[in-house]
Design a protein around this ligand. Structure first.
Ligand code: COA
Length: 270
């Protein structure tokens, strides 16, 4: 099969693996094949040590993803729709719990499942032409891939209600005060901005990043005391890793070198 007909494309930029939802003629609306391909691509990137960061974007210039495929959805009965939602939730949970940092590179419409997918990533970098909505209510339905759950953790309840209950589409600039967007850039600068963020993140020890992310993800799920216990346990596990020892040692070595340089330059008293 020629590469450009695959439902998800993969490209490597140094430590960054860029996955592209590839259905531009339908604004990258999700199909089960696309979800399965996304999960496989995530598995492959997880197993590749040279990939430190995974970003997801949409093909074409209009959309990140316009949500679940409405034509297909309309033909489902209740049981099939339930199973469809579970499949979507599984993919999004995979992304949310992914050990490596993830970036949603939002290059246009992020609607319904597209918005949910973007919110399941750790960082969201948007182009100026990006927009975000949960339009399901306008179809007399509701979000089913975490839009009433994970979105609440990312947006806060009031903001999530604003999106879910109004169905209104907000531009990237309008969304900036809501706090879920890392950066908004010109469309032509989007890949560079994502690459720069990935380069910054890739400089850190992968195990420290993984432990910190796991602890952060539990924050909205646990009572404070249980969350703090879990944080201390993750801290201890990471503390015993070679990366943490090396990081602390390097800091001490730099300090020592600075102190030595300072004493060497102090003029000797007559
Ligand atoms: N499911 C299936 N097909 C979709 C789709 C979706 N969620 N979103 C867009 N498409 C298709 C359109 O049917 C159209 O295909 P066609 O040319 O074969 O008819 C193509 O993508 C382009 O979309 P179009 O509507 O012509 O583009 P537009 O710029 O006029 O409008 C949107 C863009 C995003 C505003 C509009 O497509 C839309 O409202 N889509 C549905 C979004 C939604 O409700 N998502 C939640 C789903 S649960």
């Amino acid at each position: 099969m020629p590469t450009n007909t695959l439902p998800v494309l993969a490209a490597q930029y140094g430590p960054l693996r860029l996955l592209t939802l590839n259905r531009a003629d339908k604004l990258n609306a999700f199909t089960p094949e696309m979800l399965a391909a996304l999960e496989s691509a995530l598995d492959e990137a997880a197993a590749d040590d040279s990939t430190r960061i995974v970003a997801i974007t949409g093909s074409g210039s209009k959309a990140f993803a316009a949500g679940n495929d409405i034509e297909r959805l309309a033909a489902l009965d209740g049981v099939a729709a339930y199973r469809d939602m579970l499949a979507g939730q599984r993919a999004l949970l995979r992304l949310h719990e992914y050990a490596k940092p993830t970036i949603a590179m939002v290059n246009g419409y992020a609607l319904g499942g597209g918005f949910e997918l973007a919110l399941a990533c750790d960082f969201l970098v948007a182009s100026e032409n990006a927009s975000f909505a949960f339009p399901e209510i306008t179809l007399n339905t509701m979000p089913g891939w975490g839009g009433t759950q994970l979105a609440v953790a990312r947006l806060g309840l009031a903001c999530a209600k604003r999106f879910v209950l109004s169905g209104r589409r907000f531009s990237a600039r309008e969304c900036e005060p809501f706090g879920f967007i890392h950066d908004v850039v010109a469309p032509g600068d989007l890949l560079d901005a994502v690459h720069a963020l990935a380069t910054t993140l890739a400089a850190f020890d992968p195990f420290a990043v993984e432990m910190a992310k796991r602890a952060l993800n539990r924050a909205s799920e646990l009572p404070l005391s249980a969350g703090l216990d879990l944080e201390a346990a993750h801290y201890a596990v990471n503390f015993s890793s070679e990366g943490a020892r090396a990081g602390l040692r390097q800091f001490m070595d730099r300090r020592l070198a600075r102190r030595t340089a300072r004493t060497d330059t102090v003029p000797t008293s007559p």
